[in-house]
Write a protein that binds this ligand. Sequence first.
Ligand code: CUA
Length: 342
Amino acid sequence: MQNVRHFVILAVLIAVVSVLTYLGLDALELMPVAAAAQAAPIDWLMDLQVKLIAFFFALIVVPLVYSLVVFRRKPGEAGDGEHIEGSTSLEVTWTFIPLVIVVVLGYIGADNLAQVKRVDPQAVEIKVVGYQWGWRFEYPEGFVSNTLYLPVNKQAVLKMESSDVLHSFWVPEFRVKHDLVPGRVEIYRITPTLIGDYKVRCAEICGASHAYMESPIKVISQEEYTAWVNEQAAIAAAEAAAALANPDPKRGEKLYNEAGCKACHSIDGSKGVGPTWKGLWGSQVPLADGTTVLADEAYITESIRNPSAKVHQGFSPNAMPSFAYLKDGQIADLIEFIKTLK
Ligand code: CUA
């Protein structure tokens, strides 16, 4: 009778502590606002895990503390406790129950993953390039942006590539996080559900400026998105035409800073991952095969579009990704900029 009373008290205490622990953890509001359709199944699973964590915390800690207090050695007691050894039914129970829990959680997790990865054939496609240290968003309409614009309530499929090392695309409000692997195209699907400003962070340590590898994300209405895309496409077309007709070193310098050139090529003569641009124009560039090549328009254009065609002596081939997406006019701007670096 005495034993039953202890178990009843324990059961009540475990229930109370479970609920209080769950409410306490929930009140911390560890998750930022959910801003994507994919967040719902993830948040549901997270909530289930927190409930289980609260219950198991109580299941372990409550009997422990209860035993310490209730079954402590009373004054006058000097003997040892009762010696108990082996209990097959207990061992079968505590093997079987966790096994069931793990199998069920595995099933729920797989189902959850399927929901998060659900494909919408109507999705907007955008290419994402992560590099040391920034993000570039290439739109199929023929322009590039450093801010990721997404239409609300429409699935976006991001085809993500890294131009150097491992990076990780992470927007806490979208919940889904995905690594960028050099040499692979990684697929990331997201359906933003809340108009607003967000930020993508890099969540994979990738070098000195890893902490600053951030870009703004703007989720806007479908109408605003269409207008923005049309405007950007028109600007890009006009810029490309203007650049071809009249290359400008200022635009070239802007491109140098924004397209990622500056991560590897210095303009002050110092050696980076790639050769410096200072004094490059018109020089004889020593190549890995022992020959030299004149740094003229043809050589620089080739090196931008197909970087491993002629490898500069002392630098590794395949270190530089192709920038074939740059238009003729943009390359003309870059060449004008390089000409100014004497
Ligand atoms: Cu890219 Cu950290």
